[in-house]
Design a protein. Sequence first.
Length: 394
Amino acid sequence: MDSDRSRDNLKCDIAIVGGGLAGGLIALALARLRPELKLVLIDQDKSFGGNHIWSFFASDIAPEHRWLTAPLVTYGWSGYEVHFPSHSRSIDNIYYTIESERLDWLLRNNLPQSSLFSGREVKAVSPRLVVLDGAQRINAGGVIDARGAGDAHHLDCGWQKFTGQLLQLKDPHDMKNPIIMDATVEQHDGYRFVYVLPFGMDKVFVEDTYYSDRPDFDPRVMRRRIAAYAEAKGWQVDRVVREETGVLPVVMGGDLDNYWASGSGRTAKAGARGAFFHPVTSYSLPDAVRNAIFIAEQPDLDGDKLNMLMRQRADAHWKSGKFYRMLNRMMFRASMPNERYKVLERFYTLKPGLIERFYSGSTTGGDKARILSGKPPVPVGKAIRALRPRTKKR
């Protein structure tokens, strides 16, 4: 079905538009929990998942949901490190990585070929209809739009931007665990850190990351900085195996109503299209897992009901993110750009359990009090002003 551009109309129980992480996980959950349903998964790229590496902590996923992520994992480690100018730290928390090629393989081996539409352009979506290139129509009981972010103009945000390269080294490296943040590097364009994953004996994934005021960046500059980082580590690079770049919103406030409407109106949404991501880290995998299983457990996948249910979940997620959006305002508006690292530097002196709950989006009231207690790493006056969210103009 990948290359079939027939004008024939099709019918299915559920159509998922967007075969990235969020859409792919929904498809896998439905294939496992609702095998009687006819589903269709559509993506504009020839392979599902795109060109991505996703990582997460074991504590991000509820034990009863780990069956969904376990087959996707390609690498895992027993802990991780962080490095800042004033301190370094090793933390015990299992860390996993998923590669997009694995997601593509699992989808093709768990869904019938007739369910997979890759390399197809979506012209229009509604709660029960998808129109593809060639005027092909897919009539569905329900449609879920998971094609990526909506219109970010409706959000008040900074930006997390990155270039990552998987490096094949000439000799083995000596890394045991990932470096989640190496902020000892020279600061540029906001908060800069390098993220490093050791793959096997002689491969490392190195990502140059920035928390910046603007979304624009030059990958050529980031490539040079990655090369300089590898040289400083004493790694001789044989070749670059793969590269990915991205820009993700770091949300400080905004208008969820208009953001939701900007991404295909009254159609149900998942992933970034529905604002299902962590406000601080921008990571969407924990929410993608929760939403995939929630959808697969619904007895009724009618398009209008799906939209209502997912909008309710988006509202609850937005409400639960209020504290995180406030922290973003403090980081972006109460700190000088080249001193933003101090906010994370202090955060990583806190207890491991608090850090785990922060990443999973389950910060408790006690955690919030602990994060805000003591001498702030930003000027107090600016911190107080940053507490007030800005109203986005419509």
